[in-house]
Design a protein around this ligand. Structure first.
Ligand code: FES
Length: 112
């Protein structure tokens, strides 16, 4: 595995169609299970200081609980105002029933 790959949690920790937040080093990450696929983003909303894991996950979109801005979980793209800055995504790797992320890459595998 690459240098900056870290374990986040077990796949079984994230129930289908749910999201949970985890501290990983100095970051707080949100881990999503959407249709049996796992996705990871920053947990903090880019609009202000709210935890996206406290928001509502529906159809691959996470809605922030504070001002109801929203993001596409798979791409980090803004889906609803007042958010205007895309959400950081992470490349996910699955191994031995666990979820790892590459902190240096986004969900598309590009340097981030
Ligand atoms: S803090 Fe998330 S929409 Fe305002």
């Amino acid at each position: 595995m690459a240098d900056n790959v870290v374990r986040v949690c077990a796949q079984s920790d994230i129930a289908p169609e749910s999201v949970k937040a985890y501290e990983v080093g100095d970051r707080r990450l949100a881990v999503y299970n959407i249709d049996g696929q796992f996705y990871v983003t920053d947990d903090e909303c880019t609009h202000a200081s709210a935890s996206l894991a406290d928001g509502m996950l529906e159809d691959g979109v996470i809605e922030c609980c504070l001002h109801f801005g929203a993001f596409d979980v798979k791409t980090g793209a803004v889906k609803a105002p007042p958010c205007s800055i895309a959400l950081r995504t992470y490349k996910v790797l699955l191994q031995g029933g666990d979820i790892f992320v590459d902190l240096d890459k986004d969900a598309a595998g590009e340097a981030a």
